[in-house]
Design a protein around this ligand. Structure first.
Ligand SMILES: [Zn+2]
Length: 307
């Protein structure tokens, strides 16, 4: 089987790439671990195309998953992004969604990639409509703030769509990856537990209050390798959730819904370097997001919950 591909590199240029893809040859070196048909066409919505989300999207894209890349409108690659991002100077000024989609198409032309520019907090109705239309098998939450992670969580829980999210701790000392499976603990339940576990936020940040930049304030200080380490763990958990028991890529029991990884040593649970701690956090029956009323009443209704 061959795949004829023609890629227009970017609008406004006449550069075209013509080639023939041979999927058997392309997938040859991974077949012993995972069969392409186990993942090809499985639908994942990736929300947030920053340093972490771009790495996750790239890995899933290589494997032929059907991707919808979501980021805020007009979210473009800036120079201060380049040192930690998948993309490089060639994509400066481009929309991150479209530039990452192009990166993936050059690796695996078989991968179906769509892009969606919307703010998941301010445009939750549009996100709900996109979820109804696409019915993703999984949402990868790769945004850098709890507000957007919760906005996604509410819509995902209502529709029974699994989520895998991640966060990198300030200074890059470590990070966490959480999984929300249908009818199990949601991000609200997990976050309540995390408040007891998270390292204390740093208080020595030098913030210039005359030049307040929302992105700058939200963005944690961390090296690329600190972020990439957590993003790859998130990707692994996402793949495991999609593969189920058919193929084991982690050895992690299926009821684990949180891992905390130490890039460096710090306060517990980061007291062992390059080590992960695993948690099974139960659903709170009284949780306003995933508690009994949500599971028996509004589940699947398609309505947008009010905060
Ligand atoms: Zn909950």
């Amino acid at each position: 089987m061959a795949f004829e591909a023609m890629t227009q590199r970017r609008a406004g240029t006449s550069f075209h790439l013509f080639f023939t893809m041979n999927p058997q040859e392309y997938y040859r070196r991974i077949q012993a671990v995972v069969r392409p048909e186990q993942l090809h066409g499985r639908k994942v919505m990736v929300i947030g195309l920053g340093s972490g989300g771009s790495r996750l999207a790239a890995e899933l894209g290589r494997l032929g998953l059907d991707l919808c890349l979501v980021d805020r409108p007009n979210e473009r690659l800036e120079e201060h992004n380049v040192i930690r991002h998948l993309l490089d100077y060639r994509s400066l000024g481009e929309l991150k969604t479209q530039a990452v989609a192009e990166w993936i198409r050059h690796r695996n032309p078989w991968t179906r990639v769509q892009t969606l520019d919307l703010d998941v907090v301010a445009q939750s109705e549009q996100l709900a409509a996109a979820l109804e239309e696409r019915h993703p098998d999984l949402i990868a939450v790769c945004t850098d703030n709890l507000e957007s992670q919760f906005a996604v969580n509410i819509l995902a829980v209502q529709r029974g769509i699994p989520e895998v999210g991640a966060a990198v701790y300030d200074g890059g000392v470590g990070g966490e990856v959480y999984c929300v499976r249908p009818a199990q603990a949601c991000l609200g339940c997990i976050a309540a537990h995390l408040q007891l576990q998270r390292p204390e936020p740093r208080t020595d940040l030098n913030i210039d209050y005359n030049q307040l930049d929302r992105d700058e304030l939200r963005s944690v200080g961390a090296l690329n390798l600190d972020i990439e380490q957590i993003a790859i763990l998130q990707t692994r958990m996402a793949l495991q959730l999609l593969l189920g028991t058919a193929t084991d890529l982690t050895g992690i029991p299926p009821d684990v819904n949180l891992l905390v990884f130490a890039n460096r040593t710090g306060n517990p649970p980061l007291n062992r370097p390059l080590h992960a701690e695993f948690f099974r956090i139960p659903a709170n029956p009284d949780c306003l997001i995933c508690g009994a009323p949500m599971r028996t009443g509004n589940a699947g209704s398609g309505s947008v919950a009010e905060s």
